[in-house]
Ligand binder design. Structure first.
Ligand code: SF4
Length: 233
């Protein structure tokens, strides 16, 4: 009887210890991500300080740099940076005074005002020549399979943050209307992109694609099930 009690206790404690291990791992991963975030932030702050730009000003310039024609509506800027419209307008006005941004009319609808990078603005947010890309260098130390595992893990983490409302826009394959996950048996390139009409693999998953078009929530949910169906969720 005493032996049975010991066995039962072992059976009950195993899941608790597994949960504790999982929480400890999650805490370490979060600490690691925070360290990377801090390192990137302090590097950006140093650079922003030299250029006389605030963090949000830098984000607006960088966002516009990724847009077709380097321009976007102010509401788009506010939405993609998850800030209020008056805040985005204020930052854009400041950048306009610094001649880093100019306002122009949308060519397809003259009533719509766009914010567009000036040549000076483009130069101010371009990667500094010769500046080593520390994060890229660090990522390059991973093996090819580790890089793919990290990329797919980031997709999952970003998607979860998006669902929690912490990231407003993530132009990722997994929520794109052109994404057809696991269409092929070829393990290297199982997915299909309808936009370019070509197969691709996990290593080419995009986190910020200019051709992205949002899928309906039903299509995105079904694609997510198909995408994660062949791997550990
Ligand atoms: S258009 Fe871009 S985001 Fe959409 S599936 Fe193709 S590569 Fe991915």
């Amino acid at each position: 009887m005493a032996e049975l009690r010991v066995i039962n206790r072992k059976k009950q404690t195993a899941p608790v210890s597994a949960r504790r291990d999982a929480s400890a791992t999650i805490a370490q991963v979060v600490a690691g991500l925070e360290k990377i975030g801090l390192a990137m932030k302090s590097r950006t702050w140093r650079r922003e300080g030299q250029a006389g730009l605030g963090p949000l000003q830098r984000q607006v310039l960088t966002l516009l740099r990724t847009k077709p024609g380097q321009r976007a509506q102010i509401s788009t800027v506010a939405n993609e940076l998850a800030v209020r419209l008056p805040t985005a307008s204020e930052v854009i006005a400041t950048l306009e005074r610094k001649q880093l941004i100019k306002r122009c009319r949308d060519m397809s609808d003259g009533r719509v005002v766009m914010a567009q990078l000036t040549a000076k603005g483009n130069r101010s947010c371009a990667p500094a020549p010769g500046m080593p890309d520390q994060l890229g260098t660090a990522t390059a130390t991973l093996s090819a399979s580790e890089q793919v595992a990290l990329l797919t893990s980031l997709v999952k983490v970003i998607r979860s943050l998006q669902k929690q409302g912490e990231i407003s826009v993530a132009r990722m394959c997994v929520s794109c209307q052109y994404f057809r996950p696991n269409q092929y048996t070829n393990a290297d390139r199982p997915h299909h992109c309808d936009y370019v009409n070509a197969p691709f693999g996990d290593r080419a998953l995009r986190l910020d694609c200019q051709e992205y078009e949002p899928a309906s929530s039903a299509q995105a949910s079904a694609a997510w099930v198909d995408f994660t169906g062949s791997r550990t969720a």
